[in-house]
Design a protein around this ligand. Sequence first.
Ligand code: SAM
Ligand code: SF4
Ligand code: SF4
Length: 337
Amino acid sequence: MAVALDKLARPVRDLRISVTDRCNFRCVYCMPKEVFGKQFEFLRREQLLTFEEIERLTRTFAGMGVEKQRITGGEPLVRRGVDQLVARLAPLPGINDVTLTTNGALLARMAPMLADAGLNRVTVSLDSLDDATFRAMNDVDFPVADVLEGIEAALATGLTPVKVNMVVKRGMNDGDVLAMAERFRGTGVILRFIEYMDVGATNGWRLDDVVPSAEIVNAIDSRWPLEPVDPAYRGEVAARYRYRDGEGEVGLISSVTQPFCHDCTRARLSAEGKLYTCLFATRGHDLRELVRSEISDAELDEKLRALWRVRDDRYSELRTQGTPVDLPKVEMSHIGG
Ligand code: SAM
Ligand code: SF4
Ligand code: SF4
């Protein structure tokens, strides 16, 4: 079947599915407690896509060109039976990489069953090695040690290469960059630094809070010299650098200072089945209603292709060019990053 292309000739290669909008953390830059408190109404079970529905949508997207599937959230490991979802997705024709992004809190316990279910690898978010800083950032007093244990479990069960994501926020954890680099050099873990983004409307984002990737590269390079690595494939969002002494590599995701919309091949599906063709999209297309109708596989394929065909999103590039793009935005915890 032909690969679907959007208006800017970008194929769809990467499907990210949020399996829940709930989370056991309240990271200050993602789900601030003042907004996501006791009174916050999360989705009810019947509002979530079922595993059958996710499998059907994934199979259809695979026919359009999707090869990589990422399971995210909220915190995906709090969705009951998520390993059974992995077991459904891993064997689908065309899908050659099933990964999951997690805060790592439940990973030590769940890594073996996820590996058995066919998960290829994991990305673990960890913003600091300093316990006080980390507890303040996740805002539920969760200790660093337990996340490190989750990372070790992922390495031991072959969910590799393990990537670790660190969102760097000025004045909060920018002093921890070198300690993180040192901790993961030579371990096989790929550490990636993420520029703090203006997703959603609740995190009070300011440009001053962003630590540009160039600053991070310079800091690491002056301690452990780095050299750039070519991207592994079209649409790879992380700029890669390897340590000249052979101790591995790091990545930088610079969505604020160096946007990569021209190569953006990602589609995102929220836990309630809304398709977002951009992380900064203001509205999603309701696929839950579609899969809960009597629609045939061929009709579903045509509907999804039609949605991709008209895609012309390039929010980050427009913002960098100075075009005003002041729109109501969707929360990161809703579509999973
Ligand atoms: N709960 C899982 C986790 O934290 O890995 C998966 C969902 S989380 C929304 C996915 C990724 O988005 C995490 O690595 C997180 O650090 C990142 N993220 C959340 N809010 C962000 C923001 N405002 N800017 C940049 N990255 C953000
Ligand atoms: Fe939860 Fe992940 Fe958001 Fe932190 S970044 S609040 S762990 S969804
Ligand atoms: Fe892709 Fe939208 Fe991010 Fe640009 S702003 S890279 S189109 S998700």
